[in-house]
Design a protein around this ligand. Structure first.
Ligand SMILES: *[C@@H]1O[C@H](CO)[C@@H](O)[C@H](O)[C@H]1NC(C)=O
Ligand SMILES: *[C@@H]1O[C@H](CO)[C@@H](O)[C@H](O)[C@H]1NC(C)=O
Ligand SMILES: *[C@@H]1O[C@H](CO)[C@@H](O)[C@H](O)[C@H]1NC(C)=O
Ligand SMILES: *[C@@H]1O[C@H](CO)[C@@H](O)[C@H](O)[C@H]1NC(C)=O
Length: 511
């Protein structure tokens, strides 16, 4: 388990051990609740780790009906914690059918077990148990292939059209929610259990959520994380983003894997017929839409935040020197800015439409072209800007930035059948043969055959041999199709930021 989840130093000390136990308990309880029909749920507990202590709190009496079954809950904690007792008693009081909790206290371990027997489905009046706290089906996801998926909604309500894509990341849902590359898309998480770490202030990748909505199998009923400041549901509702859960995400993923992405409509509006929603999904199209202008910042601003010292790594190759970088925001992820700042850059972030002449007037040491959503061919103005800048100052392109550089050099980009999406893509660095595991998220790629002489393919994706990185040394140009800033994802490619610093340094020395 990771430090991000449980606090403390991995494998060291009480805090970490307690965190792991508390987290395991929470997962167990949520798992039982999420498991669906036929399973008893005994308690909704929130487990908090504060300092050296674990707090177990019963948030609400669990108003759940269920099938005959037994439930056994065991809590291990070294502390003789008053809350633990209350937890057990709370459960026993609200479920007349539960046995008295057995508590075994030994000097090392405190063990608590509860057994609850079946309550028949017709019982709810006599036991005081109500229906589940949420409504059974109050949302529909309708796909352009005509399929209708009934689900429960959380977050915002309304009707929304978008492209449905899936994401296989196990963690990092907050980074995904705030990644501008998902503008216009519904992200379906294949990991069945989402929300258990809540959200926090530090994991934002942009100023807001740009995606169209979130589709998940099971929403965690409680949050358990030392950095958590809000639940996922509240967070989405506040940002007016729709979410649905209790859908068969596996079945939808299989469909998407077969057909590529599909357009879908998500609705909580009961007055709309299925047919209307299907029609809406069939009349919407994402190809050729300029999604960048919707996500880019509206005015230039300065960026100074570095990666928080607690999470920073990879100090080799850092410069004492400071470089002034202009970063074009095509939907920039903040971790690119944090990594550049950690490597010693002072950054001015500018909108996608910022004129090249203005950028050159700022006399930067380098220019970064960021990642962004959609089709590079939908933003010819950005290609023109890139053309005017290359050759004049060192430039670095990431993802969309790489594709724009490809086009600016005279090359072609094309839409891939499925694109590359994942935190585990192997890439070979052709310059020294080393292989990096990388985070990738793109539907378009540069065709290396179409590039002019002088352009060098520096990285290839080992899954399909496609172009994953470019350089043009005369033009002081470098680019990657994937995400060296990770977030979420492996950090293998982080040293490439150091290479950009070297490029700027050489140019500075020439001057
Ligand atoms: C149980 O509760 C549900 C929801 O509150 C209600 O619709 C149903 O009629 C109740 N069943 C009985 C047997 O009282
Ligand atoms: C849906 O589209 C079909 C074909 O264009 C049309 O015949 C039908 O009336 C539409 N239905 C609704 C409810 O808009
Ligand atoms: C999931 O999201 C992360 C962050 O945006 C991205 O790096 C990764 O490629 C995505 N994975 C899939 C399978 O879409
Ligand atoms: C190859 O270059 C990359 C990027 O500079 C570096 O991270 C990696 O360690 C190098 N590998 C070897 C085997 O030198």
């Amino acid at each position: 388990m990771r430090k991000e989840v449980y606090g403390g130093k991995v494998g060291e000390g009480k805090l970490y051990n307690h965190g792991v136990r508390a987290g395991a308990l929470e997962l167990m309880l949520s798992g039982v609740l999420g498991a669906g029909a036929g399973v008893v749920v005994v308690a909704v507990a929130s487990v908090l780790v504060r300092g050296d202590e674990i707090d177990l709190e019963v948030k609400s009496p669990p108003p759940i009906r269920h099938q005959p079954l037994e439930f056994l809950s065991s809590i291990y904690t070294k502390e003789t914690n008053k809350k633990t007792m209350e937890f057990a008693l709370g459960v026993a009081t609200h479920f007349p059918s539960c046995s008295k909790p057995q508590i075994i206290n030994s000097p090392q371990v405190r063990f608590l077990s509860l057994k609850c027997h079946s309550i028949s489905l017709s019982d709810n009046s006599s036991t005081g148990l109500a229906e589940r706290p949420w409504k059974v089906a109050d949302a529909r996801l309708v796909l352009e292939d005509g399929s209708i998926w009934r689900a429960k909604s959380f977050g915002a309500s309304g009707t929304q059209v978008g492209e449905v894509v899936f994401n296989t990341s196990l963690t990092g849902y907050q980074e995904i929610l705030t990644d501008p590359s998902y503008a216009g898309q519904f992200v379906l998480m294949t990991n069945p259990h989402i929300g258990n770490t809540g959200v926090n202030f530090d994991d934002e990748e942009s100023r807001q959520c740009f995606l169209a909505g979130l589709v998940i199998r099971s929403l965690s009923i409680s949050t358990s994380n030392w950095r958590c400041t809000q639940t996922l549901g509240d967070y989405l509702a506040e940002r007016n983003i729709m979410g649905i859960y209790d859908v068969d995400t596996r079945a939808i993923t299989r469909r998407l894997r077969q057909d590529g992405s599909l357009i879908g409509v998500l609705s909580t509006d009961v007055s709309k017929t299925d047919e209307e929603l299907i029609n809406a999904s069939r009349t919407w199209d994402i190809v050729g839409v300029d999604l960048i202008s919707g996500v880019s910042c509206k005015a230039p601003y300065e960026w100074i935040d570095k990666t928080n010292s607690e999470w920073d790594f990879n100090f080799d190759g850092r410069n004492e020197e400071t470089f002034r970088v202009v970063a074009y925001d095509f939907g920039i992820k903040q971790n690119i800015l944090r990594r550049l700042a950690s490597y010693g850059c002072k950054i001015e972030v500018v909108p996608s439409t910022w004129p090249a002449s203005e950028t050159l007037k700022m006399k930067p040491d380098g220019v970064l072209f960021s990642n962004g959503p959609g089709d590079p061919s939908a933003v010819p103005y950005a290609v023109e800007t890139v053309k005017e800048i290359i050759g004049k100052v060192p430039v670095f392109g990431i993802c969309m930035g790489h594709q724009l550089l490809g086009q600016a050099l005279g090359g072609k980009t094309f839409k891939m059948k499925f694109g590359h999406h994942g935190g585990n893509h192997p890439v070979r660095n052709l310059r020294n043969g080393s292989v990096e595991i990388s985070a990738q998220n793109h539907n378009y790629a540069v065709d290396p055959e179409s590039l002019p002489e002088g352009a060098e393919v520096t990285h290839v994706n080992l899954n399909d041999g496609s172009c994953a990185g470019l350089a043009f040394s005369q033009l002081k140009l470098m680019s990657l199709q994937y995400h060296p800033e990770a977030s979420p994802g492996p950090h293998d490619s982080d040293p490439v930021f150091g290479e950009f610093m070297q490029l700027m340094k050489q140019e500075k020395q020439k001057a």
